[in-house]
Write a protein that binds this ligand. Structure first.
Ligand SMILES: [Zn+2]
Length: 382
């Protein structure tokens, strides 16, 4: 059994340990120390990282009470090594794990729901509850959680004797083997947990539910606490001020500004579609009617306009072909017909100029690998 310094004092960030064993496995080295402050992955919390005598500790896991450290170089057995944790990462886990306990306890007291899934990754913390929540209920739970955080209450961790444990009403009361570790925030929450926690709720800073979604008949909340919540706030603040500057609106008027922009854009799109239709009709107006093929070229036009032009032109001929030369060897092409099958001419073009695309009897469109001039020459001979 490894002596678990992270349970004795979760604030230990540096320590000396004796290397009990170190074995090579798939190019990595798995070391066991007589004691460790490196928390192994478990209970929804990711493992710690850091160094042992300058060697990187990449992964930490526990099996039958023994903590294994995965290293990228070997250590000598029997040697005493100096270990250092990435304590910023660990402290962030402590803030977020403790924040999650308060929120889960609060939701449990408010609605009787259980926390049925908890994951604390490097980017996000998610917690799943086995019942639905309205936005107002989520806000209320967040508010109550922060009240507990601001009250700077104690967070107690202990291994109660079996008799005491049996009489204790705690969350996650399931079949647990061995000693059960309890994390208690008096009059807020009691829960079985193997993770690392801050000692006072005030250290969490604050907790924010940043997103929520329906999940397996219940709800999944994305939460952030402490430094991570602050970093999220900073990023969103920067983004908001960028938008605010671009819109020339105050930060809290940006949503109205964007709404107005979307309305304007949709009006402009409508006006553009009317003008495009008119322009397409005017373009073909002076063209004489024919039983043959009419060819139009309009480089740089968008695909909507090419289609409008082809449809307008198809009223004056057997088949209309409209092109836009986009690159040296690429041409967007639309073929339309009211009198015959547009696919006949489109297939002939595709076979000759290795094109791709397709369509129906009235209209086909695609890309051809050639120049618009060559298409004009080809059509003149049809
Ligand atoms: Zn926990």
């Amino acid at each position: 059994m490894t002596r678990k310094l992270y349970y004795e004092d979760p604030y230990i960030s540096e320590f000396d340990a004796e290397v009990v064993s170190c074995e090579e496995k798939n190019g990595r080295y798995i070391a066991v120390f007589d004691r460790t402050a490196f928390f192994p992955t478990g209970g929804g919390q990711e493992h710690d990282t850091g160094t042992a005598d300058g060697i990187t500790v990449c992964d930490v896991y526990e099996k039958d009470g023994v903590v294994f450290h995965e290293l990228n170089a070997p250590l000598t057995e029997g040697k005493t090594v100096f270990c250092r944790l990435d304590f910023d990462r660990r402290f962030s886990f402590m803030q977020n794990h403790s924040g999650e306990h308060i929120l889960s306890g609060t939701v449990h007291r408010m609605l009787g729901y259980n926390n049925v899934g908890f994951h604390m990754g490097s980017d996000f913390v998610t917690v799943d509850f086995d019942g639905p929540m309205t936005e107002d209920q989520i806000l209320e739970a967040e508010e109550k959680t922060n009240d507990v955080i601001f009250s700077n209450a104690d967070i107690l961790t202990y291994f109660p004797p079996q008799k005491e444990l049996d009489s204790l009403d705690y969350r996650s009361k399931k079949e647990l083997s061995g000693a059960v570790r309890i994390v208690e925030i008096p009059s807020v929450d009691i829960c079985a947990c193997c993770g690392t926690h801050v000692k006072k709720t005030g250290e969490i800073g604050f907790l924010k539910v940043v997103e929520h979604m329906n999940y397996k008949g219940g709800v999944r909340l994305f939460i952030l606490s402490g430094k991570r919540a602050l970093e999220d706030y900073r990023k969103k603040n920067r983004e908001l001020y960028r938008i605010s500057t671009m819109l020339s609106k105050k930060p809290f008027q940006t949503a109205d500004g964007v709404e107005k922009l979307i309305e304007d854009l949709s009006q402009k799109k409508y006006e553009y579609s009317l003008l495009s239709k008119k322009y397409a009709e005017n373009t073909v107006n002076n063209t004489a009617e024919t039983d043959g093929i009419l060819f139009f070229r309009n480089d740089g036009a968008d695909s909507d306009f090419l289609r409008l032009l082809a449809l307008s032109a198809s009223k004056k001929c057997r088949t209309a072909v409209v092109c836009s030369q986009d690159g040296d060897n690429s041409v967007r092409c639309v073929v339309a017909s009211e009198k015959t099958d547009a696919r006949t001419v489109f297939k002939a073009l595709g076979d000759t100029f290795s094109g791709k695309g397709g369509g129906k009897e009235a209209l086909c469109q695609g890309m051809l690998h050639t120049s618009a001039d060559k298409i004009a020459d080809f059509i003149a001979k049809l």
